[in-house]
Design a protein around this ligand. Structure first.
Ligand code: SF4
Ligand code: SF4
Length: 184
């Protein structure tokens, strides 16, 4: 490349054979995704997204656009949907009343069921099920709280939590998946 020329990154073309035309209906048929197809790509959601401000790889308009286009594998197996902070700013701004955050939560649920959950989240879920804490307090944290004159952290309701995760199927989703992986 000669001096003064700008390098433009070349993206892989989107091939129609890789698209799932039913994906948008799959999401729109869920209770949280019903307005998905009203999106007219204005970009107001991306413009107000606090995550998009700190990283270029995340734009809610892109997630919604790829979902409508039918890029099922890319959306569900990719990292983007896990970056949303679920702050709902995008939903407040969308002129078409697309439930953007809810669509992303729906996409996460499907991705999780289909084995695409990030390992770090699986570990956090296990920690929550086994100890009642996503991030277990350490002895040094307890000591620091004491030094600052803060109360000891309350005992968590571990038994109730374990009853809920078993009754809702969340336990099987986490440990069933692991058992299946061990067998393969
Ligand atoms: S703000 Fe709403 S209509 Fe505009 S791009 Fe985002 S989802 Fe689509
Ligand atoms: S809910 Fe997610 S996508 Fe929407 S503005 Fe917040 S971080 Fe961005």
């Amino acid at each position: 490349m000669s001096k003064g020329e700008i390098e433009v990154p070349i993206k892989e073309p989107i091939r129609s054979k890789d698209l799932d035309p039913n994906f948008k209906y799959e999401i729109a048929d869920t209770p949280l995704g019903k307005n998905l197809n009203a999106c007219f790509k204005c970009g107001a959601c991306s413009g107000g997204c606090p995550v998009g401000i700190v990283t270029e790889v995340y734009k809610p308009r892109e997630v919604i656009g790829k979902t409508i286009l039918g890029m099922r594998e890319e959306v569900l197996a990719g990292d983007q949907i896990w970056l949303c902070a679920t702050c709902f700013t995008c939903e407040d701004r969308c002129p078409q009343k697309v439930n953007i955050t809810d669509v992303i939560i729906t996409l996460r649920n499907i991705a999780f069921r289909e084995g695409h959950a990030p390992k770090a989240l699986i570990e956090q879920a296990k920690s929550m099920i086994e100890t009642g804490w996503v991030q277990h307090p350490t002895a040094s944290m307890d000591k620091r709280r004491e030094e600052l004159g803060l109360k000891r952290l309350p005992k968590n309701a571990l038994e109730d939590l374990q009853t809920i995760v078993k009754a809702t199927g969340f336990y099987d989703l986490i440990y069933g998946k692991e058992e299946k992986e061990e067998k393969t």
